[in-house]
Design a protein around this ligand. Structure first.
Ligand SMILES: [Zn+2]
Ligand SMILES: [Zn+2]
Length: 128
């Protein structure tokens, strides 16, 4: 029991260590590859479960692009710029008072609790 609790804590710590402060919006697969350098026998499922745990704890947010989940340790409200050439995801910080709101929803009766906006184009390093 003790042993398994310790191992689980270590797994969670390593997963968190690999994703904390990372603004590249890695996928579960990318994080898995990094975590494996520290815990070679860990499974992708375990890494994924630990990521979900961090999301539930409010330490990470999930960004869904197409069918892929990206993990983001920046949990404050922000927007994203996605480079269509290299696929990199950049954080765009928009001031609270200059928040971009959906102009108008097609019909009444909708309550907006949050919104997500993404900008697409070419990033600085790709446009040379
Ligand atoms: Zn780019
Ligand atoms: Zn972000």
């Amino acid at each position: 029991m003790e042993k398994s609790t310790g191992r689980k804590t270590r797994q969670l710590e390593v997963v968190w260590h690999e994703v904390a402060g990372d603004n590249s919006h890695p996928t579960a697969d990318q994080i898995y590859r990094r975590v494996r350098r520290h815990i070679p026998n860990i499974s992708l499922g375990t890494v994924y479960r630990n990521l979900q745990k961090l999301v539930a704890e409010g330490k990470l947010q999930v960004l869904i692009l197409g069918r892929t989940q990206h993990f983001d340790p920046l949990v404050d409200s922000h927007q994203h710029f996605i480079c269509q050439t290299c696929g990199r995801v950049y954080d765009i910080l928009v001031g609270k008072d200059e928040e971009i709101l959906p102009a108008s929803l097609p019909q009444g009766g909708f309550t907006v609790t949050s919104h997500r906006l993404a900008f697409f184009g070419e990033c600085k390093s790709c446009s040379g």
